[in-house]
Design a protein around this ligand. Structure first.
Ligand SMILES: [Zn+2]
Length: 205
């Protein structure tokens, strides 16, 4: 397989997301503004992020507490996490939240709501009408780091992007798989990552 310019691919991927992926566009999630006070991480604009995903801030905070394995609390628009985490980690956890609680599992639309029926929370999609029980976090979560540059993962290409590149979803990350075909499960090496988008190289099919 020929050499790809990963930086170029990443830029292109970001471009296509912001321009023509309507579903992503409808969720214009602001970049978390992360700052530190001692060992505490503060996400200054957490309230703005919550507003975009339109979920209960306490529920999101509870999710993040579990994910980071440490206390988190809200004060006004701010989220405080009781340890140092990077902006990338915050983005990855928020993306994961969206994968589980916001994006329709069937059509990908973020135009959804959660409704409790009996003992089950359903994710109801206003775009396609589908109703699915909320995925259990443990089905998605493992104890390993979610995704890192230079490491290998197995992903399944779920769609083809505008420039013919394969796209896969992995724990909240969008993985660009050059040469990947829809429905194909491949072992990949992550070459570059930025803001929840990872560029992968296929190792073997
Ligand atoms: Zn849907």
């Amino acid at each position: 397989m020929s050499e790809y310019d990963y930086e170029e691919l990443l830029k292109k991927a970001e471009g296509t997301f912001s321009k023509s992926d309507k579903r992503e566009m409808r969720l214009k999630i602001p970049d978390p503004e992360v700052l530190y006070e001692g060992k505490t991480t503060i996400v200054r604009n957490f309230g703005d992020i919550i507003e975009v995903i339109s979920r209960d801030s306490n529920q999101v905070t509870k999710f993040l507490t579990k994910e980071f394995g440490i206390g988190a609390s809200i004060s006004g628009k701010r989220l405080m996490i009781n340890k140092k985490v990077t902006q990338d980690e915050v983005i990855s956890k928020i993306n994961k939240y969206i994968e589980i609680y916001v994006k329709c599992y069937e059509c990908g639309s973020p135009d959804t709501e959660i409704k409790r029926e009996g003992r089950v929370d359903l994710l109801i999609c206003k775009a396609c009408g589908s109703q699915n029980p909320i995925k259990l976090s443990r089905d998605i979560k493992t104890s390993e780091a979610d995704m890192e540059e230079g490491k290998e993962y197995t992903v399944t290409v779920s769609e083809i992007g505008h420039s013919g590149e394969g796209k896969a979803s992995y724990k909240g990350y969008t993985v660009i798989v050059p040469g990947g075909k829809k429905g194909e499960t491949v072992r990949v090496l992550i070459k570059k990552m930025r803001r929840g988008v990872a560029i992968a190289e296929v190792l073997k099919k």
